[in-house]
Design a protein around this ligand. Sequence first.
Ligand SMILES: [Zn+2]
Length: 189
Amino acid sequence: MTSLEDKPVVIVIDMLNDFITGKIQVERTKYIIPNIRRLINAAHENGVPVIYSNDAHYPQDVEVVNKWGNHAIKGTEGAKVIPELKPSEKDYIVEKRTYSGFYETGLDPLLRSLYKGDGARTIILSGLHTHMCVRHTAADAFFRGYSIIVAKDGVEAFTQKDHEEGLKYLENVYNAKIMTVDDIIKEFR
Ligand SMILES: [Zn+2]
């Protein structure tokens, strides 16, 4: 169901230095890096748009002040995409200031402008974290009528429990298809 007729896009969420090697890093998230790299490469080879949904915080942002402290502050090294997944020139970067990639950002108009103005229909989610930014972005995608696919070996969380419960919630509540990166790639072709 990710053939090109379903107008898929790959969204890469918060694969930023602060999340992988910096302030709020989690060791267990590192194994998804090569998987996301393969997903991005396959998207490039098959004309599937790639959108990076990146935290770019101001220090006074609600999420920074009330919960996580300073992380991915706009303009800092910590807010840059990790070198292994560096965006190419044809990729899109949409900055966000809270968990959802849609919340007060230009993501939805961008999605609607793709595929020669027909608009994307299927959102393939990868990145961090399964139970937070992936979940909130999936919620807003669902509310707007997009189909959702989650790359189960391309998303991660702080703990195995967070990750597994996160996947279950995405499937149960947003009707997300939970697929491996390799199975997603097969459907591009
Ligand atoms: Zn944040």
